[in-house]
Structure formats: structure tokens, C-alpha cells
Design a protein around this ligand. Structure first.
Ligand SMILES: Cc1ncc(C[n+]2csc(CCOP(=O)(O)OP(=O)(O)O)c2C)c(N)n1
Ligand SMILES: CC(=O)[C@@H](O)[C@H](O)COP(=O)(O)O
Ligand SMILES: [Mg+2]
Length: 641
């Protein structure tokens, strides 16, 4: 573990109350020590670094000026909250972040009173802060709602829905726009260009500029405060900013690393009688750590790294990552099919579409953090004859559910959903688990839902998505690397709704969907060794089900087990419904469904998580043996566990 840095002043600050007892001139040192500790901690654990480094000064200033936790500080996404956690009583656990049993990598209500709202999915902070603000206003209790939202998160429609509704909060709501001109990738779209113009068209506001603007806007008390300064700054153009048109008082842009500017501005905003106010702070993602500042991604998400050199720990070379198999396969398919285009919602590298973009830039679209728009944009493309691949993580696709139903499924449009991070994802924890997409997709009209059992299957499924002329198709696959099977030279056109028997047996049938297939085969070996002849089928499709294959398995084996990397309501539910409707349960079939829990809080590596979730080979064997023992007289010798 990297040495814990010397931080004499930070050592005395355990809560924001300690911070607020410091003299203003001590805050610079505190910020420097906080940045050093953040770098050291993330060097040990890996995680999100760049965004936290960019808000070190802002974090100090916000807790110094506002009366947290009574003033409810809501971090958007929450990946930048490591400095906030260090200052709010969690420094002793910061080196457990994003690990099994450790701190969450995002804000989490159950962790601290200083985390009033959980996050991880972006663009929720203004709505939540508005909720806190209005609740306090209604109750007549003090306490503001303060949202800190990034320029990337500001590209999502939900942020505008909240701002459009914010007037009612008055001065109870403060929005800090943390503009570092970065999302995970460089930001895209009109808003990004607008913010760049705002920042480049005027110098950073000094305190005098801000006080002058505030003074003009607000009644006497602020003017008095403003007049304390020895001179007024030049006037600012009043109004005209996008945010002012939405009903906010816009203040900025100001230097988000200059405590001498941040603190007086925040103090004046805190005491303003008018509102809501949006403060536009300009920061640098990765600030204060040369390797992060120099990196293209500003060290957004990092492995453990050497603090001195910035060199990240390299994962041993293994099979290709699913995201890259997807991106490269689609890029190859697109060489011969001009209809193919690809859409990401601000995750080009995470989805592997950066590879597609390099090959076909004119057919690649990064729409920003705007999953709802991404899906309906894809629907429009499909309706006009294109073959759009909408690549969105399982968890983030949840945000666009009505667009999937209303704009794609009901209209039976040939949109292709490439659903990465399906199943458990490890360190990102519960908010990023891809536990529900089979449930929320396989009940939709016209929707085809496939799950790749390995990287070769993914290639076949992408090829099938390209060449099968039908309505919507979703293909899901997990975070991480494949299993090491050879990628097919010639991809297969799969028959929709047809699974495959991978192993023939007689007594036990394991019906697998997705990458649990490897565990199913391991379990079959164990069961065979116990004298239990076991079949294994890879169903490939959750919808439409391969009913003929399933019926054969359920009627010729004593025990059948379904297994999927999805919570309840997925494959198992559909097989159970079919078995029940066809009277197979009545006929004495022992059918068990193995699936994820609906809430899985742990953050350990996925293979550890699956064992904890009871979805590995040992759990399959145990499930089968229990089923066989259940009111059964047919237990084969040796089957007793
Ligand atoms: C709904 C949703 N889509 C995608 C993501 C993935 N994501 C996490 S952070 C991030 C970029 C956020 O950019 P910004 O708000 O500017 O914060 P910064 O990292 O620059 O501090 C994205 C796209 C997410 N968390 N939530
Ligand atoms: C904070 C956030 O939502 C993203 O940075 C996410 O953590 C990326 O996940 P992957 O690392 O699986 O791409
Ligand atoms: Mg940003």
C-alpha cells in the first residue's frame, strides 16, 4: 500500500464542523493536503480520480461556507465525492472504496448524513436538491438544496426538467455547474459549445465582478456586502444566459480552483434573498496531478497506480473484452452494410464504439449523456431505413425504458440494442448492476432478447442483428473479458428463438442463458461424478423462447434448472410460465430457477459476487441435489450431498 501522506492539517479535520473552525488562510493548505490524500488513496484502490481532483477546492469551499449537513449537498453522479468523503468522517475508510464491504464509490445515504442523496446515474442532482429545498421551505426549517452538476451531466434532459421547475425554490436552491469541459470522453453537443463560448468570451469573474452583478440583482443586504469591497467591478451583461432564461440567476464563470474567489462568491450566494442561483465554476479534471492532467481521459476511471509515476497496474493479457469484440465486430460488419450506424450516450470507450468510430466516423454518434434521446434517435434512423446499433449499458438503458417501449417495440422498428455490463459489474456496485434488462425487455411486444454465452457467441449475435430483418433485437453481454474461445472467422446467422444443446444427459437439465454457461458445464461435471447424468443447453434467447428445446428438456429429465445473470422476472419466469401452462409442473417435474437478487450491494469482483449471489457451479449442484431430495423417492445413490 502506498505510504499514507503527511497531512498535518487534514489530520485535524474529521468533519465539516472542524473545517469551519479553521481560519480562511488555512484552507489553501487543507485543499493541498486533501488533494494529496485523494491521489494516495486512489493509487491504492483504483476508482474514479480525475473528477474528484477537479473539485478539491470546491469541496472545501462548499463545506466551509454552507452549513452541511443541514444544507443538503447533492453531488451529481457522485464519482467525484472522494474528497467529500474524506472531509466528512470517512477518511479512515477511504482506502476501502469500491471494494467488497467497503465504502461505495458514489454518495450513499446509508453511509453518512453528509450524503443526503445516493447517486451514480447522472443528472439527478438538481431534481433531488430541489426536493430537499422545497421540503425545507414547506416545513419552514432552514437548509438549502445545493446541487453540484458537471458539464457532462448537464447534457441530460432531466437536468432541464429540474431547472424548468426550480423557480419555486427561490433562494433555497443553489446549483453549481462544475464545468471542466470533459465528460468521460470530451463533451459533445450544443451545450458544450455554449459553455465553451461562455468561458472564452469573458474573463473569469473576480469577486468584484460577481459582487457587482449580485448587487445589481439583489436588494440592499447584498449591496451592502458588495459595497464592503473597496471597488465595484465592471458590469456584467445581465440576462441572456441559457440558465437565466430558465429562471436562474447566473453567476460566473469563476475559477473553481481559486478559494479567494470561491468563498466570497459562495458566501454571497448563501446570504442572497433571491434565487435560485446557478454558479458556473470552471475547473480542470485531474487538477493537481500531472499524469491525470496529461491523460486524454484525465484519469476518469483508473486501476491502482504508482503515485510517483502515475503508471497504472496492468491487467494480465487475457481474452478480449466483450466491449471491444462488439465494437470491432460491428465495425467489420459495417464495411459491407451502409445501413449500419452506431450510437453511444457518452460512453464511446466503455461500449467499444470508439473502435467503430475510428473506422466509420460518419456513422458514429455520441449523443452525450442522453439515453432517452439516443433510443428515439435510433428509432428515427431505423424508420428511415438505417440499421442503428444503440450501445448502452444495461443499467443506463433503464433511463430510456419508455422510449424502448413506445418508440421502438410498439412500432416494431429494427433498432439493435447492444447491452453491455449485463449482470453484476463488480466495483460500481448496486447502482450499476445490469440485473433487470431481461425482465424489462423480454416482456415487450416484438422484442427479441439474446444473451451471449461467450465472445464467439457475441460475434454470431452481432452478425444476426445486422442480417436478420425483424423488429427490435437486444443482445446482452457482461462487463470484462471473454472466456478465451476463438472468434469465428465466419459469423453464423442464428435462427431467432433457437438455442443449442451443449451437453446431452438423462437425469438433470441445466438451461443456461448468457455467460453462466461455463459454470453450468462445471456443475455438470460435478453432478456426473455423483452419478447424475446432466444435460446442458445454452438457450441463447430469452425471447422468443426455444419452446421445443425447453419442452424436450423438461419432459425427459427429472430435474431442470434455469440460470441467468438477471433478477426475477427474466428467463426463469418465462420458462416457469411455459412449464406451468403446459402442465409440466403437475406432472411432477422438479423445476428450479436460479437468478440474481433484485438488490445486490456488494462491490467485489464479479466472480466473487456471483458466488455470493449463489450463481456459480457449486450453487447449481446444491440446487439440483436439494431438488432431488425434495419429496423424492428417486434419489440416486451418491446424490446425497
Ligand atoms: C445516466 C448515466 N449515463 C452514463 C453514465 C456514465 N458516466 C459516469 S460519469 C460520466 C461523465 C460525467 O461528466 P461530468 O458530469 O462532466 O462529470 P466529470 O466527470 O467531468 O466531473 C458518465 C457519462 C452515468 N453515470 N449515468
Ligand atoms: C461513474 C460511471 O458511471 C462510469 O464511470 C462507470 O463507472 C463506468 O463503468 P465501467 O468502468 O464499467 O465502464
Ligand atoms: Mg465534466
Amino acid at each position: 500500500m502506498a505510504d499514507i501522506p503527511q497531512t498535518p492539517l487534514l489530520d485535524t479535520v474529521h468533519t465539516p464542523d472542524d473545517l469551519r473552525r479553521l481560519a480562511p488562510e488555512q484552507l489553501r493548505q487543507l485543499a493541498d493536503e486533501l488533494r494529496t490524500e485523494t491521489i494516495s488513496a486512489v493509487g491504492t484502490t483504483g476508482g474514479h480520480l480525475g473528477s474528484g481532483l477537479g473539485v478539491v477546492e470546491l469541496t472545501v469551499a462548499l463545506h466551509y461556507v454552507f452549513n452541511t449537513p443541514a444544507d443538503r449537498l447533492v453531488w451529481d453522479v457522485g464519482h467525484q465525492c472522494y474528497p467529500h468523503k474524506i472531509l466528512t468522517g470517512r477518511r479512515d475508510r477511504i482506502r476501502t472504496i469500491r471494494q467488497g464491504g467497503g465504502l461505495s464509490g458514489f454518495t450513499k445515504r446509508s453511509e453518512s448524513e453528509y450524503d443526503p442523496f445516493g447517486a451514480a446515474h447522472s443528472s439527478t442532482s438538481i431534481s433531488a436538491a430541489l426536493g430537499f429545498a422545497v421540503a425545507n421551505k414547506l416545513a419552514g426549517t432552514p437548509g438549502k438544496g445545493i446541487a453540484v452538476i458537471g458539464d457532462g451531466a448537464m447534457s441530460a434532459g432531466m437536468a432541464y426538467e429540474a431547472m424548468n421547475n426550480a423557480e419555486q425554490a427561490g433562494n433555497r436552491l443553489v446549483v453549481i455547474l462544475n464545468d471542466n469541459d470533459m465528460s468521460i470522453a470530451p463533451p459533445v453537443g450544443g451545450l458544450s459549445a455554449y459553455l465553451s463560448r461562455m468561458v472564452s468570451s469573458r474573463e473569469f469573474l473576480g469577486v468584484r465582478d460577481v459582487l457587482k452583478k449580485l448587487a445589481k440583482r439583489f436588494p440592499r443586504p447584498i449591496q451592502k456586502a458588495a459595497q464592503k469591497t473597496d471597488e465595484f467591478a465592471r458590469g456584467m451583461t445581465m440576462g441572456g444566459t441559457l440558465f437565466e432564461e430558465l429562471g436562474f440567476y447566473y453567476v460566473g464563470p469563476i475559477d473553481g480552483h481559486n478559494l479567494d474567489h470561491l468563498i466570497p462568491v459562495l458566501e454571497n450566494v448563501r446570504d442572497a434573498e433571491e434565487g435560485p442561483i446557478l454558479i458556473h465554476v470552471v475547473t480542470k479534471k485531474g487538477k493537481g496531478y500531472a499524469p491525470a492532467e496529461a491523460a486524454a481521459d484525465k484519469y476518469h476511471g483508473v486501476q491502482k497506480f504508482d503515485v510517483i509515476t502515475g503508471a497504472q497496474a496492468k491487467a494480465p493479457p487475457g481474452p478480449p473484452a466483450y466491449q471491444n469484440v462488439f465494437g470491432e465486430t460491428l465495425a467489420k460488419e459495417a464495411e459491407s452494410d451502409p445501413r449500419i450506424c452506431a450510437i453511444t450516450a457518452a460512453m464511446p470507450s466503455g461500449t467499444g464504439l470508439d473502435r467503430f468510430a475510428n473506422a466509420h466516423p460518419e456513422r458514429f454518434f455520441d449523443v452525450g449523456i442522453a439515453e432517452q434521446h439516443a433510443v428515439t434517435f435510433a428509432a428515427g434512423l431505423a424508420a428511415q431505413g438505417m440499421r442503428p446499433f444503440c450501445a448502452i449499458y444495461s443499467t443506463f438503458l433503464q433511463r430510456a425504458y419508455d422510449q424502448v417501449v413506445h418508440d421502438v417495440a410498439i412500432q416494431n422498428l429494427p433498432v439493435r440494442f447492444a447491452i453491455d455490463r449485463a449482470g453484476l459489474v463488480g466495483a460500481d456496485g448496486a447502482t450499476h448492476a445490469g440485473s433487470f434488462d431481461i425482465t424489462y425487455l423480454a416482456s415487450l411486444p416484438n422484442m427479441v432478447v439474446m444473451a451471449a454465452a461467450d465472445e464467439a457467441e457475441l460475434v454470431h449475435m452481432v452478425h444476426t442483428c445486422v442480417n436478420h430483418d425483424s423488429g427490435p433485437i437486444a443482445v446482452r453481454y457482461p462487463r470484462g473479458n471473454g472466456v478465451g474461445v476463438a472468434l469465428p472467422e465466419t459469423p453464423e446467422l442464428l435462427e431467432i428463438g433457437k438455442g443449442r444443446v451443449v451437453r446431452e444427459g438423462k437425469k438433470v437439465a441445466i438451461l443456461s442463458l448468457g455467460t453462466r454457461l461455463a459454470e453450468a458445464l462445471r456443475a455438470a461435471d460435478t453432478l456426473e461424478a455423483k452419478g447424475l447424468s446432466t444435460s446442458v443447453a445454452d438457450l441463447r434467447f430469452a425471447k422468443p423462447l426455444d419452446e421445443a428445446l425447453i419442452r424436450r428438456m423438461l419432459t425427459t429429465h427429472e430435474v431442470a434448472v434455469t440460470i441467468e445473470e438477471n433478477a426475477i422476472g427474466g428467463l426463469g419466469a418465462h420458462v416457469l410460465t411455459m412449464a406451468s401452462d403446459e402442465g409440466l409442473i403437475d406432472a411432477g417435474l422438479k423445476l428450479r430457477t436460479m437468478r440474481l437478487p433484485d438488490l445486490f450491494q456488494d462491490q467485489d469482483k464479479p466472480e466473487v459476487q456471483y458466488a455470493q449471489a449463489g450463481l456459480d457451479a457449486d450453487a447449481i449442484v446444491e440446487t439440483v441435489l436439494k431438488a432431488l431430495r425434495h419429496n423424492s423417492t428417486h434419489v440416486t445413490e451418491g446424490a446425497r450431498a
